[in-house]
Structure formats: structure tokens, C-alpha cells
Design a protein around this ligand. Structure first.
Ligand code: HAM
Length: 448
């Protein structure tokens, strides 16, 4: 499976250390937790930063939240009967005997902070973006981790279908801007407090007639919608004629949904109506959506979200609605890999210095420092390596240009600039090397 390059590497590296082993221990990352080490970490960062930049471009502001919160926040916010709350939370008592939980998702925490800091008393909608790790004690497999990374947005305080369309179009743009293409957007409506209770009764009536096992029957009582999401083929077969919420929407929900899909049509965002779409978290109402990638196997959801009418009131705030999404960074990387696409720059640096001799090293270190001050990403060889070894370092760094400075060049007041792609090289006056490189790099980047 495609997960391999992003997997934990600590165990593999355990035996390769040159340090003498004092004891016979070796550590590896916790089960189901990926490390992102160079060079793949470049792609990780590129995806996370690109998603966040796209959100900033749409007026979302950064919010930084605790990694752990009061356990009750998630139980109330995400839903007591969800798998996330009943089976997957990392919950523990802290030293003050308070029950705290490593955040399994971001929306409940954002809502808590919005209420606590009165952000909902100012200009609405409040538009926030966050990124970082989330924790779910799931059975690890390809694309399903116990520490997962998301970039999420929440737009809170206005129940306007145009905002739903904006948020969905933003998610679509996020994927496109990292070069992902092979995904599908599933969209549906989960209705509102007007149509949901009647639909729930209707669905329960249908489900109670089916020969379901005891656990599923229990689910019919507490959360019948979730039964529609049962992955077992024999259960899916029984559900073919189940009533669908999309056919029982209130006039308000229907109009809301039609406006959202109409706007997506205008924006040119392709979507598939999926009336059987069920999200794993309980707070959703009206619009809900999921981005699905075919290259990922069972864990195909690369991101998802929706509107939540009752969440803020549920957590002690005003009766305000909101909409948001969480995009899975880990799964986006796997999806990109399955498409053979690399996100971000393949280069660690643009310029790499190769000094030959102590005086040259001093002069080159100065030039490297100045290039960095001018915003050119630059590294150099250390440890008095010979020309061959240092040029290997230059090649490995992915630099477009190597600067070779030996005793002779130093005496001439020049430095050799070597194009690492074409292998052409040219002696350039040391005091004009900065300008020369800036021009070449601008030309390479297609800048005027
Ligand atoms: P979610 O669908 O639970 O939504 O998670 C969002 C994304 O996080 C998923 O589509 C998936 O890409 C990634 N993800 C979830 N679990 C795992 C896992 N175990 N391993 C790897 N990736 C995973 C939420 O979390 C909502 N808070 C999104 C939202 C924000 N809705 C409204 N606002």
C-alpha cells in the first residue's frame, strides 16, 4: 500500500547509530503514529501550509487551541453515542484528578474558545483556521492513524448557504492547489430540527423491522442515522429501501441545500449528490460533505465537514449556526503519492556553498550568510570535505547552483557558480555573486 514512505522510521534506524550502545534499548514511534522525516516532511509542510494559506486568502484567521480539553466538551459536542466518543478518545485523569482528553477533532474546541472569548459578540461570521494533530484510538491501518493531522476551518454565526458554498469551494481549492485531481466531492443535507425528528421516527420504524444484531438494534434506538453508514454488505443489502432524509427535508432545509448546490454549479465545483452520506460526528445539520479519493482504499475520506446549527447552544453559547471542514493532511499526502504528485519544492535549498580550504570557508560563510539575509535559501558544506564529497552534498541538497570557492578563486576575487542541472559553470566576481545569483534564480522562477 502507498503508506510506506510516510511510516515511522525510528525502529529501522535504531541499529544504525555509531554511538556505543550502553543498554540494549531501542524505541519506535507509538503504534499508528506516523513520523514525517526529510525529505517527505517537505511535502507534509507544503500541504499544511498551502491549505492554511488558501484559508487566509479567504479571510480566515489563525486560532491556536489546546491539544487537550475537558472530556465533557467532546462528549457534549461530538456526541455521546459516536464511535469517536465511546471508543476512540485518549482520556485520562490529570494529576489534579480532572478528566481530560486529547482532542479527537477541532470543532468543539473552536466553539468553546469562541464562546469563552466572546468572539461571537463581534463581527459575524467569525472565520477561523487551525492546524495540528488530533488523536483517535482507532485500529491502525494504511491511512488510519492514532495521531492524525488536519487543517480545519470554521465560519461561525451566520446561517447563509453562500457561506456553505464558500467553505466547500475553499476545500476544493485547497486540494487543487497542491496538485490533487483524482477526488470526488460527495454532498448531502442532513436537515434541521424541523424535519429531523419526523425522519428519525420513520427511519427507526423501518430499521426495527429488519433482522439486525443486538448491537445494531441498540444503535437504531440511540442513533439510527449511523446505521445507514454500516459498512457490512449484508446490512447494506437490507437498507436498499430505507427512507432517505433528502426526501423528507423541510422547506427551509431544501431551499438552503438547493442554493448551496446552485452556487457550487456557478463556481464550477463538481460534486456528487450522495443521500446516504453519514458523518461520524453528531453535530451536523443541513449541508454535509466529504471529499473522497479513489487511490486510498478503505480509508478514502481525505476531508469533510458540514453545517452545525445546534452546537454552540449545546456548549452553553448563543443559538448560532456555523459551518466548517477538516482536511486530513496525512491522507492528502497518501492521495498525492498514489497520483505520483509531489507537493512543494523538491529542493532543500537553492544555493549550496563548497569551500576548499580554511580561508575560502571563511569568505564563503560570509557570502552564504548574506544570501540568506537577502532571502535566498542557502546551505554549505561543513567538516572540510574534499571537492568530490562536498559536490555530493550539493547534489543531495537539491540546490540549483553550487558556489565553489578555492584558494585560486579567492586570490582572483572570484567564485565559480556551477549550474547543477546543466553542469555549466562560470567564474563570477565575488562582490557581484549575490546579484548574479538573484538574477539567475529570478529568471529560473520565470520572474521579470
Ligand atoms: P472528520 O471527518 O472526522 O471531521 O475528519 C476530517 C478528516 O480528518 C477526514 O476526512 C480524514 O481525512 C482525517 N482523519 C480522520 N480520522 C483520521 C485517522 N484516524 N487517520 C488519518 N486521518 C484521519 C472532523 O474532524 C470535523 N471536525 C471536521 C469539521 C470541521 N466539520 C465541521 N467543521
Amino acid at each position: 500500500m502507498v503508506a510506506r514512505p510516510f511510516r515511522a522510521v525510528a525502529a529501522e534506524n535504531g541499529g544504525s547509530s555509531k554511538m556505543p550502545c550502553v543498554t540494549d534499548v531501542s524505541f519506535s514511534a507509538p503504534k499508528g503514529v506516523p513520523d514525517y522525516v526529510p525529505p517527505q516532511s517537505r511535502e507534509f509542510l507544503a500541504v499544511r501550509e498551502t491549505f492554511t494559506q488558501q484559508a487566509h486568502r479567504a479571510g480566515f484567521e489563525h486560532i491556536e487551541l489546546p491539544i487537550f480539553e475537558d472530556t465533557h466538551l467532546f462528549a457534549r459536542g461530538v456526541g455521546e453515542s459516536t464511535d469517536v466518543v465511546t471508543k476512540e478518545m485518549y482520556t485520562f485523569a490529570d494529576r489534579g484528578d480532572r478528566s481530560v482528553t486529547l482532542r479527537p477533532e477541532g470543532t468543539a474546541g473552536v466553539m468553546r474558545a469562541v464562546i469563552e472569548h466572546n468572539l461571537d459578540r463581534g463581527q459575524l461570521p467569525v472565520k477561523l483556521v487551525y492546524s495540528g494533530p488530533f488523536f483517535r484510538y482507532e485500529r491502525p491501518q494504511a491511512g488510519r492513524y492514532r495521531q492524525l493531522q488536519q487543517v480545519g476551518v470554521e465560519a461561525i454565526g451566520v446561517d447563509d448557504p453562500a457561506l456553505d458554498a464558500e467553505v466547500i469551494a475553499l476545500a476544493d481549492r485547497c486540494y487543487k492547489s497542491v496538485g490533487l485531481t483524482g477526488y470526488r466531492l460527495d454532498i448531502s443535507s442532513l436537515g434541521d430540527s424541523e424535519c429531523r425528528p419526523a425522519y428519525r421516527d420513520k427511519l427507526q420504524e423501518f430499521l426495527r423491522k429488519l433482522p439486525l444484531d443486538e448491537e445494531t438494534q441498540h444503535r437504531v434506538d440511540i442513533n439510527p442515522l449511523r446505521v445507514l453508514d454500516d459498512k457490512r454488505p449484508e446490512v447494506q443489502e437490507m437498507l436498499v429501501d430505507a427512507p432517505l432524509l433528502i426526501d423528507h427535508l423541510s422547506a427551509t432545509s431544501r431551499e438552503h441545500f438547493e442554493t448551496v448546490t446552485g452556487l457550487l454549479d456557478d463556481f464550477g465545483v463538481a460534486y456528487t449528490l450522495n443521500p446516504r452520506l453519514v458523518r461520524g460526528l453528531d453535530y451536523y445539520t443541513k449541508t454535509c460533505f466529504e471529499f473522497v479519493h479513489e487511490g486510498l482504499g478503505a480509508q478514502s475520506g481525505v476531508g469533510g465537514g458540514g453545517r452545525y446549527d445546534g452546537l454552540m447552544a449545546q456548549l452553553g453559547g448563543q443559538e448560532l449556526s456555523g459551518i466548517g471542514f477538516g482536511l486530513g493532511v496525512d491522507r492528502t499526502l497518501l492521495a498525492l503519492e498514489s497520483e505520483g504528485v509531489k507537493a512543494g519544492s523538491a529542493n532543500r535549498v537553492d544555493v549550496y556553498g563548497v569551500p576548499l580550504g580554511a580561508d575560502a570557508k571563511r569568505a564563503l560563510a560570509l557570502l552564504v550568510n548574506e544570501l540568506r539575509q537577502d532571502g535566498v535559501s542557502t546551505d554549505m558544506s561543513y567538516g572540510d570535505r574534499g571537492l568530490k564529497g562536498a559536490m555530493k552534498g550539493a547534489a543531495r541538497s537539491g540546490a540549483r547552483y553550487a558556489l565553489v570557492l578555492g584558494e585560486q578563486e579567492l586570490a582572483d576575487g572570484t567564485v565559480v557558480v556551477r549550474d547543477m542541472e546543466t553542469h555549466d559553470q562560470e567564474a563570477v566576481a565575488l562582490d557581484s555573486a549575490k546579484k548574479y545569483l538573484a538574477d539567475r534564480l529570478a529568471y529560473d522562477a520565470g520572474l521579470p
